[in-house]
Design a protein around this ligand. Sequence first.
Ligand code: AMP
Ligand code: MG
Length: 472
Amino acid sequence: MTLTIPFDNSYARLPDGFFARQKPEPVRAPRLVAFNEPLAKILGVSADDVQDLAQIFAGNTVPDGAEPLAQLYSGHQFGHYNPQLGDGRAVLLGETVGTDGVRRDIQLKGSGRTPFSRQGDGRAWLGPVLREYVVSEAMHALGIPTTRALAAVETGEIVLREGPMPGAVLTRVARSHLRVGTFQVFAARGQFDRLRQLTDYAIARHYPDAEGPMGLLRAVRDAQARLIPAWMSVGFIHGVMNTDNCAISGETIDYGPCAFMDSYHPNTVYSSIDRMGRYAYSNQPDIAVWNLAQLATALIQQVEDKEAAVEEATEIVHAMPDLMQQHWLERFRAKIGLSTAEDGDLQLVSDLLTRMAQNQADFTNTFRALPGDKARDQFTDPEAFDSWSVLWRARLQRESASEQTMTAANPAFTPRNHRVEQMIQAAVGGDYDPFHRLSTALLRPYEDQPENVDLTRPPAESEVVQATFCGT
Ligand code: AMP
Ligand code: MG
């Protein structure tokens, strides 16, 4: 009766400079609180003993074939370069190649101190662990590339944050944990052999058709240029788009102070640490370009012919805004039921968004209500919607199947902040029912679920969450 994980590790084969070998630190009394069986199946993980699972996903037992390590990286945090970050509270157990042929990392987050912990305790508390579990799985169900959650355990230990909090460990699964910051650290240190090795590794793992560093840059650009408009189409604000939180794979990574918007405004910020609004909703495309420019700067260091590389990198980065704009428009066209393209579409979408912002319209519910023409109820002045609707209806005349297009592009369910907070509060008090209910509803975000209609409602005034915290 043991858990079997068919490890096939590649990162651990890289030379020592890429990581520090580090076992997870055991915890006192692990208790499994969530296990993602469908994901386990894809990974090839077979499990039949819950006691076993708790021990492994808490880090108390290192499973056969794991080669635990903490990865080195650096990164720009809020625009300032931090020369050394790295996994300060996480260890990579290893990789599996899933039943779908995809290689994925299995990482424990909150698993104790590592050589990269700096002042941190290496731990996580239950709130952020459950938040990441719920929100990353919701993101996956929405069809948006993301890291995933395999398991969550309570550690039976206390961690100190704003006060004493229950400790927890999340098992995170990702196509890899390579970040822009993984490249930056070797570029900044002048370790160009390592930079070359990392580039080859990233190409082989993620973009086998890419040629050389500039080919990799182009591939990452394309993946990021799809990802950010996908976020925006569901009202998602990442909250900490630092270069160490920008994955080369194009997956959403690091669910710290992230949030889904309730009422729409382009300048919305939730993160308590983002005082300047650097990572506000509508700033996300600009930041993605800025992050790509940092990757370009790092990748160029390994190239002999710098002049040509700078020219090519500049062209690649400069093309990103247009590319993102195209994907954005494609997403929002679908949201208003358009499957064909016409010149006035951008104007039509922008006009709707402007009116939504002026009328505190709920982002998710407005789009979801478009087919039935109930969207007007979302506006403080419903006539602001009506006058837009006239133009929209005229445009829809030249469309077929617009209802199906809209239903598939406009989820009914997103993990609303107040629901996430309520779920966390309940779990801290030992009640996991809201966690299970929320997780289950979010598995089918595009379906009407009458029994869960309360989960689609925006927060009452007393429920509004003003700020989200990194406090992991
Ligand atoms: P994040 O903002 O979550 O991406 O984290 C930025 C850096 O801080 C990473 O290097 C983390 O490993 C590190 N870090 C965050 N929380 C802790 C903690 N509790 N203990 C040690 N390192 C941490
Ligand atoms: Mg991070």
